[in-house]
Design a binder for this molecule. Sequence first.
Ligand SMILES: CC(C)(COP(=O)(O)OP(=O)(O)OC[C@H]1O[C@@H](n2cnc3c(N)ncnc32)[C@H](O)[C@@H]1OP(=O)(O)O)[C@@H](O)C(=O)NCCC(=O)NCCS
Length: 141
Amino acid sequence: MTDTTSATPSVHAPPPPSEPSGDLCIRTMAMPADTNANGDIFGGWLLSQMDVGGGIMAAKVAKLRTVTVSIETMTFRKPVYVGDVVSVHCSTIRIGRTSITIRVEAWVTRRKETGLILVTEGNFVYVAIDENGHPRAIAKN
Ligand SMILES: CC(C)(COP(=O)(O)OP(=O)(O)OC[C@H]1O[C@@H](n2cnc3c(N)ncnc32)[C@H](O)[C@@H]1OP(=O)(O)O)[C@@H](O)C(=O)NCCC(=O)NCCS
């Protein structure tokens, strides 16, 4: 049988950056109510924090109300534990006619530690909308 292992592209995430990039949009603490069945923090809770953080950034850039339309990439690198301080950092990757793509990173500081650890990262797409919920052009300035 032919060994194709070496020809297969890596699906693993690249090495993590050493420090957060972008603006701090949310800082909160992971609480016991946010845990999964294993007692660690539920991924959906973290995703929600990232979505809110990215939405804050998107609305600030667009100067309009925005909604999430897509999560293009999402990587869970490390677990989050109760008591971790979670910081969501956001930076603008692309501004389209009505959409904005935001890179969102979640970093944690564990209890009794001072270092920052990148736990998740993803690219979230938001669309600026009008009062009827229809896409609205973003002013470029
Ligand atoms: C977001 C929404 C208003 C877009 O409406 P639409 O009729 O699909 O809009 P369009 O096809 O004109 O696309 C608008 C923009 O979104 C982008 N877009 C649409 N679907 C996309 C997707 N799946 N991934 C990435 N971008 C997307 C388009 O490329 C376009 O970007 P551009 O104007 O910068 O070129 C509509 O899909 C919606 O209301 N979705 C629900 C949003 C929501 O409730 N979010 C919270 C979920 S809990």
